[in-house]
Design a protein around this ligand. Structure first.
Ligand code: FAD
Length: 417
């Protein structure tokens, strides 16, 4: 006989995925669930999410909103906890959600704290004990079963373990990648590359777009492979900043640029300010503008500051009529409008990233339980897995869905045993 366990389930990390796991394990009838978090303040990411309003989910979520592990495996997880389930879950906790024009769902209160307090309340009602700050430093699988967790706070012997430590984004919140090292030490692999996702991009020092800090426009960003093959594109607002690019389109494309560029240095990021036109259509459109200067023509689509900067960067006189611009200059102007290669020098790193691209591959977990295929008794949920969503509430939906599955499965397995 081995020693009795201190807890049937230790959840490491009490963020979105960890709280969801613990709540559903408790609701499933499991007594004595413990969630440990290294942070002094719980739920830092929930509180900062969505500019302090917490974009809880999106009205339409499917596997195409994510990258990382295979779409089929992501779909299977999402199918178990739908957007309707998410809305009903929060509604039952007294948090009504509203849909905004963008399709994003926020609490009616417009306060992220409402979401965090509801989750903490649900955890307490489900009998979960949340201990913090208790950073888990070591995890040892025990020969007689279970896992021994240790840290400056002491030791805890758990029958099962849920690793919900997040990835590497916003390390000051407590998610600094330590969980990935723990997953490795327990026998898992981690994708070869773990990079910031939903992160602003840096443009070369002195590049003209950096002078336009604060200007935001609807545009298209594309990652182009060798030979100009379009690998991925996002059409949404782009915000120019003093360091480079931000805004939803830039954040969404960031992980794609980084990963493709890491594989092939010829990969380019291209900006289309007028994405509905190709070069020929743009040239025609310019020439159709009669009787007015080219600046006025550009201002039909672009804010004045940007229009002026585009003309300056392409060497075109502000007051020139489009017909008077020589062919080479016009070609240059068209290039600036419909397909400008950007000198990206990197990204702002995990400190400024909303999520992590890379992590433990989904093929290493049973999708119906989120239990490890490698280490029985270990479950994984949330950002630690190799799944990252685009901007819009998709990352939380992933955390809720994978946490729901893990917690429900642990309760079912342990209560049956
Ligand atoms: C600024 C910002 C804004 C965002 N806005 C949104 C949004 O509006 N909508 C959306 O869908 N997504 C948003 N995201 C992404 C979203 O917050 C994450 O995808 C989500 O929080 C991941 O949940 P998680 O529980 O897996 O990880 P985390 O939220 O990172 O939680 C992991 C927890 O584990 C703890 N931990 C880590 N290591 C240890 C250890 N060794 N011992 C004990 N505890 C440990 C950490 O302290 C942390 O509390 C945002 C992210 C950021 C950074």
């Amino acid at each position: 006989m081995g020693e009795p366990f201190d807890t049937p389930l230790a959840v490491v990390g009490a963020g979105a995925a960890g709280l969801m796991t613990a709540i559903h394990a408790g609701r499933g009838g499991l007594r004595g669930v413990v969630a440990l978090d290294g942070a002094r303040t719980l739920g830092a990411k929930i509180l900062v999410a969505g500019g302090g309003r917490c974009n809880v989910t999106h009205q339409a979520v499917d596997e195409r909103d994510y990258a990382g592990s295979t779409p089929a495996s992501i779909r299977r997880v999402l199918a178990r906890f739908s957007v309707e389930d998410c809305v009903a879950f929060f509604e039952a906790l007294g948090v009504a959600l509203k849909v905004e024009d963008t399709g994003k769902l926020f609490p009616v209160s417009d306060r992220a704290r409402t979401v965090l307090e509801a989750l903490l309340g649900a955890a307490a009602s489900a009998g979960v004990s949340i201990r913090h700050p208790c950073r888990v430093e070591t995890i040892e699988p025990m020969p007689q079963g279970g896992f021994m967790l240790g840290g400056a706070w002491g030791r805890l012997h758990a029958a099962r373990l849920a690793l919900c430590t997040g990835g590497c984004s916003l390390p000051r919140s407590g998610s600094d990648g330590a969980g990935l090292a723990m997953a490795r030490s327990l026998g898992h692999t981690v994708t070869e590359r773990v990079v910031p996702s939903l992160v602003p991009l840096l443009l070369a020092e002195g590049f003209w777009l950096r002078q336009l800090s604060g200007v935001a426009v609807p545009a298209e960003l594309r990652v182009l492979g060798p030979g100009g093959k379009r690998l991925v594109r996002f059409r949404n607002a782009v915000l120019f900043t003093h360091f480079g690019l931000s805004g939803p389109a830039a954040l969404d494309i960031s992980r794609h640029w980084t990963l493709h560029h890491a594989l092939d240095a010829e990969v380019r990021l291209q900006l289309a300010l007028l994405p509905d036109m190709d070069e020929a259509a743009c040239s025609r459109w310019l020439l159709e503008g009669t009787g007015r200067g080219v600046l006025a023509r550009l201002r039909e689509h672009l804010p004045e500051r940007l229009a002026r900067a585009v003309l300056e960067a392409s060497g075109v006189e502000m007051e020139a009529t489009p017909q008077r611009i020589d062919r080479d200059r016009r070609r240059e102007l068209v290039r600036h409008l419909v397909g400008l290669d950007l000198p990206v020098t990197g990204d702002r790193g995990f400190t400024h990233a909303e999520t992590t691209a890379g992590g433990v591959p989904l093929r290493e977990v049973h999708l119906e339980t989120m239990e490890s295929r490698i280490r029985p008794g270990l479950h994984l949920a949330g950002e630690i897995l190799d799944v990252d969503g685009r901007i819009g509430g998709f990352n939380f939906q992933w955390a809720w869905a994978s946490g729901f599955i893990a917690g429900s499965a642990v309760a079912e397995a342990e209560c049956r045993a």
